[in-house]
Design a protein around this ligand. Structure first.
Ligand code: PLP
Length: 395
């Protein structure tokens, strides 16, 4: 028996990756399983980005780079923030890392001590609580259900903050709900945060571009410029450019915090892959039309899916603002089937309907499942048919 660290024993493996793996195993064993657990676009990386990576290899960009990323890429990230968000950052306020997840981990390591409290609105992205635990801090979850469109209110935030609160996570548009905070909603949260100067805001903008609301994307730094000195923006190229495998994320924030995160990175991974950095540079500076095409397709799938799922008795589903996820409330269906938990319901859906979904409890919101529509329209239609039949069998 090995005596592993308390910190590692406090966490569990990523449940979304686990579902994808289970579905892949069943498929490999010959089962006709539809896996809708994945968290990555079903598009391939645009060719001009792949070409830039090949050119980088041929040009000999195969060595260590600066820990925080090549200067051209950091400048491209600054330009991206100026172009898309009207936010001015200097290159020394930017850190490029091996994926958005790595950016978040660097921040938590640099910012949190044992016992510090981190406010995490639920439904949350699966990794926030476990990463918080891994650095010895304490997740404080605020629950936001379907009746409040899965978004926390200023009152809830105010009630959750204590003198030990060091960080607030915001993720908009949200994985798993697809909901985005409006400028007004963010302003109300900012008003609360102004009264608590010890709280840093981590805004996870990973799905910034996968959005179809009439209003364009906003984050808290854009609507409350006085809070910029207390905000770290976490983002990356994984979702916007269908580049999940390349592992490039970036963070923007106050110089001192970015420097501390860079120090962490310098003692753990060093620079992110040199070739991937050149690919990300091409992505950020090249033709952006790929994003609009992908978003148009995601939106069409979303609209059909939400309409179809709404017709299934026992499911409650609301329209999302973006991402490629929908997060129906399934309490009605659980009652019909006679199961206590969403985990059991997802197991039954997998074994009886051959559809793999991630239970809401993985995101801190039991009584739901997350369905990823990063799959073809045909596959989605078949999945809906199977779920509908499953529901009808228990009517
Ligand atoms: N943040 C959110 C909300 C995500 O959904 C993901 C990926 O699933 C990430 C961050 C991490 O992205 P990356 O693959 O770049 O590490």
């Amino acid at each position: 028996d090995y005596k592993l660290s308390k910190r590692v024993n406090a966490i569990k493996p990523s449940p979304t990756l686990a579902v994808s793996q289970k579905a892949a195993e069943l498929k490999a064993a010959g089962a006709d399983v539809i896996g809708l657990g994945v968290g990555e676009p079903d598009f391939t990386t645009p060719k001009f980005i792949c070409d830039a990576a090949k050119a980088a290899i041929d040009a000999g960009h195969t060595r260590y780079t600066a820990v925080d990323g090549i200067p051209e890429l950091k400048q491209a990230v600054c330009d991206k923030f100026a172009r898309d968000n009207k936010l001015q950052y200097e290159p020394n306020q930017i850190l490029v890392s091996a994926g958005g997840k790595h950016s978040i981990f660097n921040l938590l390591t640099a910012w949190l001590d044992e016992g510090d409290e981190v406010i995490i609105p639920a439904p949350y992205w699966v990794s926030y609580p476990d990463m918080t635990l891994l650095v010895g801090a304490k997740p404080i979850v605020i629950e936001a259900g379907i009746e409040q469109a899965y978004k926390i209110t200023a009152e809830q935030l105010s009630a959750a903050i204590t003198e030990n609160t060091k960080l607030l996570f915001l993720n908009s548009p949200s994985n798993p709900t697809g909901m985005a905070y409006t400028a007004e909603e963010l302003k109300a949260l900012a008003e609360v945060l102004r009264q608590h100067p010890q709280v840093l805001i981590a805004t996870d903008d990973m799905y910034e571009h996968i959005l179809w609301t009439e209003a364009s994307f906003v984050n808290i730094a854009m609507v409350a410029p006085d809070l910029i000195e207390r905000t770290v923006i976490l983002s990356g190229v994984s979702k916007a450019y269908a580049m999940t495998g390349w592992r490039i994320g970036y963070a923007a924030g106050p110089k001192a915090i970015i420097a501390a995160m860079k120090k962490v990175q310098s003692q753990s991974t060093s620079n992110p892959a040199s070739i991937s950095q050149h690919a990300a540079l091409a992505a950020l500076t090249g033709d952006q039309s790929f994003i609009a095409e992908m978003v148009t397709e995601f939106r069409a799938r979303h609209d059909t899916l939400v309409a179809d799922l709404s017709k299934i008795p026992g499911l409650k589903v609301i329209s999302g603002d973006g991402t490629f996820y929908t997060f129906p409330n399934i309490e009605g269906l659980m009652a019909k089937v006679g199961v206590e938990t969403d985990v059991e319901l997802c197991e039954r859906l997998l074994s009886e309907a051959n559809v793999a979904l991630v239970p809401g409890s993985a995101f801190g919101s039991p009584g739901h499942f997350r369905l990823s529509f990063a799959a073809s329209r045909e596959v989605l239609a078949e999945a809906v048919k199977r779920i509908a039949k499953f529901a009808a069998d228990y009517a």
